[in-house]
Design a protein. Structure first.
Length: 273
C-alpha cells in the first residue's frame, strides 16, 4: 500500500500484497477469479497491465475494502470507481435517515454509529447515562473514539466489571480488522490500546464461560450493574465508501435486571428540562 505521496507501489505489487494478506496462493486466486495462473503471475510481476475491469474483479475476489479498491484503480492508472462523500452530504440523506431511525428505535437501549476508525458519528440518548463516570473529559471531545473511550483508565475501564474479558474481545476484533483492511490508523490504534494497562490490572486473557452465548459488557452504573450483549449492523450492498465503512453497534440487555436498570437510567431526572 502507498506510504506517502509519490511513493505508490505498482498495481501488481499491491494485488500481490492483498493476495498474501488473504493467505491465498496464485493458483487459489486464479481459480476464484476464473483466470489463468500465468496471467495472474504476469499481472503481479508487472509484465501485464490489468484492465480496469480486471482490477475490480480481482479486488472483489480478495474482498478489498471499497476505499482501497479506489487506490488500486489509481495505481493502475484509472479513475476511482466508488464515490466517497461525507455522511452529511445530501446524496446520503436516505442512508442517514436509516441510521437515525435505528438509533431512535433502540431507546432505552444504547446504540451508536461508528466509522471505519471507530469514531462515533451518531448515538442515541441512552448512551449518555453510561458515560457519567468518565473522568478524562478529553475522551468525550469530538472526535470520540469509542474503543479508546472503553479501554482507557480515564474512560469506562474502571466501570467495566469484566475488563480483562472485554478487553480481550475488543483487541481481538480490532486485530482482525487490521488484518482485513491493512489500515495504518487502525494498526496504530491497536498498538495504543494494547499498551494500555488500566489501573495496574494485569492483562491476562480471560476465556468466556462455557455457558455464555456471547461476551457481555458488564458495566457498573448509578443504577447498578448492566449486562449487555452487542450486535453490529452494516449496510448490505454499499457502493459508496462512507456507507461501506459505517457500522451501528447496538447493545441489548442480557438479563431482566438490566432491562429495569436501563429504563431507570433513561427516565427524566427531577428538574430536568
Amino acid at each position: 500500500m502507498p506510504s506517502r505521496a509519490g511513493s505508490v507501489a505498482p498495481i501488481g505489487a499491491q494485488l500481490r500484497n492483498w493476495r498474501l494478506r488473504r493467505r491465498l496462493s496464485q493458483l487459489d486466486l486464479a481459480l476464484d477469479a476464473g483466470i489463468s495462473q500465468r496471467h495472474l503471475s504476469f499481472v503481479e510481476s508487472g509484465r501485464a497491465a490489468p484492465s480496469r475491469d480486471m482490477v475490480l474483479h480481482l479486488a472483489e475476489q480478495l474482498e478489498v475494502p471499497l476505499r482501497e479498491r479506489n487506490m488500486l484503480l489509481l495505481a493502475a492508472g484509472f479513475a476511482p470507481r466508488f464515490s466517497d462523500r461525507p455522511l452529511d452530504d445530501p446524496a446520503l440523506a436516505a442512508a442517514r435517515g436509516v441510521v437515525e431511525a435505528i438509533l431512535r428505535a433502540h431507546v432505552p437501549h444504547p446504540a451508536l454509529a461508528v466509522d471505519r476508525h471507530w469514531t462515533m458519528v451518531a448515538a442515541n440518548e441512552a448512551v449518555a447515562p453510561l458515560l457519567a463516570g468518565v473522568r478524562d473529559a478529553a475522551l468525550l471531545r469530538a472526535p470520540v473514539n469509542v474503543l479508546r473511550l472503553s479501554l482507557h483508565p480515564g474512560g469506562l475501564a474502571r466501570a467495566i466489571a469484566n475488563l480483562q474479558q472485554w478487553r480481550a474481545h475488543v483487541l481481538g476484533r480490532l486485530r482482525r480488522q487490521v488484518i482485513a483492511s491493512a489500515d495504518p490508523i487502525l494498526a496504530a490504534l491497536l498498538t495504543e490500546l494494547s499498551d494500555l494497562a488500566p489501573d495496574g490490572r494485569d492483562r491476562t486473557v480471560v476465556e468466556p464461560f462455557k455457558d455464555e452465548i456471547a461476551i457481555p459488557l458488564e458495566l457498573d452504573t448509578a443504577q447498578g450493574r448492566l449486562s449487555l450483549i452487542s450486535t453490529t449492523t452494516v449496510f448490505g450492498t454499499p457502493t459508496e465508501v462512507t456507507l461501506s465503512e459505517l457500522a451501528i453497534e447496538a447493545f441489548y440487555p442480557a438479563d431482566g435486571a438490566t432491562v429495569e436498570r436501563l429504563q431507570r437510567l433513561n427516565q427524566p431526572q427531577p428538574g430536568a428540562r
